[in-house]
Ligand binder design. Structure first.
Ligand SMILES: Cc1cc2nc3c(=O)[nH]c(=O)nc-3n(C[C@H](O)[C@H](O)[C@H](O)COP(=O)(O)O)c2cc1C
Length: 332
């Protein structure tokens, strides 16, 4: 997720159970490759593999060049973005807009696969269910991508038209899974271990991909892993554990962004970690006025120490047993 899954956050998610994490999308525009934003996005220092970098654009040749550029900087997997609904990715409609232009989408896939193959780097695809409700073409597009050499497909269960509105649907993801031989990853609105299980059952997908629910909750991955392998819930982390992870995350964040940008961009992460904690709102008002790393960390540590006096563990992610049973029932 652009603006969220930077290297420090991916590293933390991997430590806490994520089997795989993809970079924020990186532009394929050559004039932007050397920008500070892109160079931070292409930074993989100390990141455990596999290092998967997502590229976005509309020109096959530029996308091929972007694949090589990122492979030179450590990418071990190249992911093509056909899921982003934002206008003007790379100055033109890119991302999910490619789902409306299958010929161009496949030219891009061919070019990126050809550029990555000499390095032995696999290419994957992130897509939506289609352009709009009446044009859900995920199955033919995924099949064509598979024939062109794509080795894994992740599908977000919404159309481009939906943006992030409405609910993700999983029937189209199930159809993609049934049609393809390569691994298929199901994505969209997975917010709890129960929902992960229900989506895996309903789609038969090989894996689930978690986006927004991991914001401020990087431990969601180990909770889902635990539930899938044992059928029981792992207790949510102790407040003192979450404090340690958050403080480590902050230090890592500052080391990538520097103090000025780092303090400001860390605020959203802190807000996500604390969103369900009592007293978070007035605390964030004060936190947002602090402008140096030391004061920011100190304030977070004090808040977490006070929280620890009122609760042992961070709020739980698990749905009630009843909701969970209903969920599995309705989706299978
Ligand atoms: C802030 C934000 C940034 C995102 N950036 C990207 C991106 O760069 N590449 C991509 O493939 N998807 C991106 N997405 C989409 C997510 O990867 C995911 O498909 C979508 O949020 C649905 O999954 P979720 O319900 O688990 O969040 C982004 C989503 C959000 C909310």
């Amino acid at each position: 997720m652009a603006g969220v899954t930077d290297r420090p956050f991916r590293q933390l998610c991997k430590r806490l159970g994520a089997g795989y994490a993809v970079s924020e999308m990186v532009t394929s525009r050559p004039d932007l490759l050397k920008s500070l934003k892109t160079s931070r996005r292409a930074n993989h220092d100390g990141e455990p593999g596999p290092i998967a970098v997502q590229i976005a654009g509309t020109e096959p040749q530029m996308m091929a060049d972007a694949a090589r550029y990122n492979i030179d900087r450590g990418a071990q997997i190249i992911d093509i973005n056909m899921g982003c609904p934002a206008k003007k990715v790379c100055n033109k409609w890119a991302g999910s807009a490619l789902m409306q232009d299958a010929a161009l989408a496949l030219n891009i896939v061919d070019a990126v696969v050809a550029a990555s193959a000499p390095y032995g780097v696999p290419v994957t695809l992130k897509m939506r269910t289609g352009w709009c409700q009446s044009h859900k073409n995920a199955v033919p597009l995924a099949l064509a991508a598979e024939s062109a050499g794509v080795q894994m497909v992740a599908v977000h269960g919404r159309t481009r038209e939906q943006g992030y509105r409405g609910e993700a649907e999983y029937d189209t993801i199930a159809a993609v899974k049934a049609a393809l031989k390569i691994p298929v990853v199901a994505n969209g609105d997975i917010t709890s271990p129960e929902k992960a299980l229900a989506v895996l059952k309903a789609t038969q997908a090989d894996a689930v991909m978690i986006g927004r629910a991991a914001q401020g909750r990087p431990w969601i991955f180990r909770e889902i892993n635990h539930f899938l392998s044992t059928g029981t819930h792992l207790a949510s982390p102790l407040v003192c554990e979450a404090k340690r992870w958050l403080v480590e995350h902050l230090h890592d964040h500052y080391s990538l962004y520097g103090e000025f940008t780092g303090v400001r961009s860390a605020r959203k992460h802190i807000g996500w970690y604390l969103r369900d904690a009592p007293g978070a709102e007035p605390f964030m008002d004060v936190l947002n006025t602090l402008e140096n790393c030391e004061l920011q960390v100190l304030a977070v540590e004090n808040f977490m120490d006070e929280l620890n006096q009122t609760m042992d563990r961070m709020p739980s992610l698990q749905a009630s047993a009843e909701v969970a049973a209903e969920l599995v029932e309705t989706m299978v």
